[in-house]
Design a protein around this ligand. Sequence first.
Ligand SMILES: NC(=O)c1ccc[n+]([C@@H]2O[C@H](COP(=O)([O-])OP(=O)(O)OC[C@H]3O[C@@H](n4cnc5c(N)ncnc54)[C@H](O)[C@@H]3O)[C@@H](O)[C@H]2O)c1
Length: 278
Amino acid sequence: MNRKNVMLLSGAGQIGMAIARRMGYGMKIIIGDIKIENAEKISKIMKDAGYDAEAAEMDLSDRNSIKSFIAKGQNYGDIKMLVNAAGVSPSQASVQTILKVDLYGTAVLLEEVGKVICSGGVGITISSQSGKRMPQLTAQEDAMLACTPTEELLSLKLLQPENIKDTLHAYQIAKRCNEKRVMAEAVKWGNRGARINSISPGIIVTPLAIDEFNGSRGDFYKNMFAKCPARRPGTADEVANVAELLMSDKGAFITGTDFMCDGGATASYFYGPLKPQQ
Ligand SMILES: NC(=O)c1ccc[n+]([C@@H]2O[C@H](COP(=O)([O-])OP(=O)(O)OC[C@H]3O[C@@H](n4cnc5c(N)ncnc54)[C@H](O)[C@@H]3O)[C@@H](O)[C@H]2O)c1
């Protein structure tokens, strides 16, 4: 079998597909999703467009499942790219599931791929502007989110049920943790000659966002894109524009950081019409 460079795409959603289409030409693309039907659907769309894609069942909240996903990719060649765009939103899941998937699962994926990523490799994980709206954590809390061994993460005091208000809070702290893990992992990935960054999108029209529009915070989200400087939600292809910069050689000096792509919603939340009433 011809060996190829491999891209691992975790999460067969719109954002993940847009990035994979932008960066995955000529590579073997393994598309993992907890819903195999989602992975198969995206794999078919990509194959029909000339990409070498293959669907796999993968649960981001399970280390063994992540390891099998990586091993599947290694059957075809070196792991050159990671795109992690799997996740659940505040309207889709419980506090426990959000922490297990978005926080713990992302940390494990970055750790496991970081053990095998090849020199010149690059990864992206999708965080969220939502994490920027949460009040600052202490330096010590940030350090714990960044550096606590993955299997101890969910035992941290700040992640216990009495300290998590609701599913939005769980989502925000998970996304904050994503950014901190990226910083800590970038140091390890750098030892292998590889880079890892995150992107924090604002509201991007995808099935996940549509669930939010139709959920209990629907009016909040609609107001957010109406009153952000861009006056509209974004598209997955606009997130792919940022990914292209970060994942291509143009981003060779960028690692361990987070890029916001939110139409200015966060700016408006702090200093404009989206600022919460005191
Ligand atoms: N759409 C937005 O407005 C928006 C904004 C900010 C951040 N994000 C983030 O972007 C990422 C991708 O979201 P999207 O909008 O493309 O959503 P999407 O619903 O199109 O795709 C998410 C995919 O993740 C999969 N998934 C869920 N749990 C999983 C698990 N345990 N293991 C493996 N796969 C799992 C789902 O089945 C789904 O196919 C998420 O992390 C989300 O938090 C989205």
